[in-house]
Design a protein around this ligand. Structure first.
Ligand code: UD1
Length: 425
């Protein structure tokens, strides 16, 4: 068997201009939303990451036909012949975002069955907000072995007051409500740009959705939704990661299509560090010129528009190499500090207490044998590896491939020394 790993070498300051991919967190839910329609839809600017291929397999397993044009980043998805409402255990285990087909399946077919990831308890990877919402709309929810069944002859509109602005729960409720007669309201809804991209495509399909001030979404159900053509928004998280790679190598890069206006809190923190950051006209495009003496900054992850949890790990790399002490508090996920151990192997000074990391900046990180523990941590370790003295290796690259179409390719074009090697075991 061949096991692939990355070799990351100390790289020169990154320089140049880079294109971006479409947003992973938008495309997955948007692909799921097509279940609400019957017919052929076209998606442009699709990032062909492994999670997207998983979602393709999922839709195909339900009976959809999917045509891939990788050269033009286009997917054509024909949902006319969906005949199954059950997501198989293998796909569910590999991709938590599979839960996002539950709302569309319930709304269009009145039933859905999904395998629980690895048969684990719901509390371990909570989807309680999704399930409680469907139950309140009138769906019967039952657990049989490792399969979770939801069934409803009709869904009823509700006023939901979310205790937390969950991205996935907001999306799932919204999709279910588009075909539910009457007015559904979501108070304290998630406001992430990817949620807005979903709203945009649902509106094109004919859904009646209104975003009211203060995070309230109102959906008035319609009888049916029609197939559409849609272009996925750019990946703000990939943009943030590339900017950090330039920052930690002391470089200068330009991302002409980066959605700067949806990264404001993050970009403000980069400016506070001393980096020169310019956002283009109308909030599109970001240019960064790194400072030679970055200052440490503290931050807490928050729901949008706060500091994105998905950029916490890569931003930690920048704090490891900054002058001074920073405190990073992860508030969104309770288990998102797995990169700390890997960065410590590289010589980073980090004290971790629960989800609070206290970091004392060092002059250099050193190459080490790294194991990527999750998608965003894998991106963080890649940029740590190109900033560190010497050579690092990183295993667990399947995490990286799940989340990014070609992050390493983009970094290589900017000057990063990264190669993929395989080991025969
Ligand atoms: C999405 C993104 C992920 C991002 C996250 C927060 C996708 C495919 N993934 O994940 O990259 O980091 O938003 O911006 O879009 N929770 C519950 N019960 C629930 C649902 C969530 O307790 O039913 C908790 C989660 O465990 C977590 C918090 O709420 O602690 C936020 O989760 P949520 O906003 O739902 O994130 P995802 O939609 O899973």
């Amino acid at each position: 068997m061949h096991a692939e790993f990355l070799v990351l070498e100390k790289s020169p300051a990154l320089h140049g201009s880079s294109e971006l991919s479409g947003a992973k967190n938008a495309v997955l839910v948007i692909m799921a939303s097509l279940i609400l329609t019957s017919g052929k839809s076209t998606l442009h600017n699709v990032p062909f990451s492994h999670d997207v291929f998983q979602m393709i397999s999922l839709l195909e397993s339900l009976g959809a036909q999917v045509f891939i044009d990788a050269d033009t980043h286009t997917l054509i998805i024909d949902t006319s012949n969906i005949s199954s409402c059950a997501v198989n255990a293998d796909i569910m285990r590999k991709m938590r975002a599979s839960i996002l087909v539950m709302g569309p399946l319930l709304a269009r077919f009145g039933k859905a069955a999904i395998a629980l990831p690895g048969g684990c308890l719901i509390g371990d990877r909570p989807i309680d907000m999704h399930l409680n919402a469907f139950a309140r709309m009138g769906a019967g929810i039952s657990l049989d072995g490792s399969y979770l069944y939801a069934q409803a002859t009709r869904l009823n509109p509700q006023r939901f007051i979310l205790s937390y602005p969950s991205v996935g729960a907001t999306e799932n409720i919204m999709m279910a409500a588009t075909l539910t007669e009457g007015k559904t309201t979501i108070v304290n809804a998630a406001l992430e740009p990817e949620v807005f991209d979903l709203i945009a495509i649902l509106q094109k399909m004919g859904a009646q959705i209104e975003m009211l001030p203060a995070g309230v979404i109102e959906i008035v159900g319609v009888k049916e939704l029609k197939p559409v053509t849609h272009t996925i928004i750019m990946d703000r998280l990939e943009a943030g990661t590339l900017l950090l790679a330039a920052a930690v190598t002391g470089g200068e890069i330009n991302l002409p299509r980066a959605p700067g206006s949806s990264l404001e809190v993050f970009l403000e923190k980069l400016s506070e560090m001393g980096h020169s950051v310019d956002i283009g006209i109308d909030g599109i495009g970001v240019h960064l010129k790194a400072t030679k003496s970055p200052r440490a900054v503290s931050f807490k992850t928050m729901p949008y528009p706060g500091f994105p949890t998905d950029l916490q790990a890569p931003m930690m790399v920048a704090q490891c190499l900054a002058d001074g002490t920073s405190v990073i508090t992860e508030t969104v996920f309770e288990n998102r500090m797995l990169h700390v151990r890997e960065l410590q192997k590289m010589g980073a000074h980090i004290e971790l207490e629960g989800m609070v990391a206290k970091i004392k900046g060092v002059d250099v990180l050193y190459g080490a044998s790294l194991i990527a523990p999750d998608i965003r941590a894998s991106a963080a370790l890649v940029i740590a590896g190109v900033a560190a003295q010497g050579t690092s290796t990183m295993t667990g690259i399947h995490h990286l491939l799940r989340g990014y179409q070609d992050l390493c390719g983009s970094l290589q074009k900017l000057g990063a020394r990264i190669t993929v090697q395989s080991e025969v075991s």
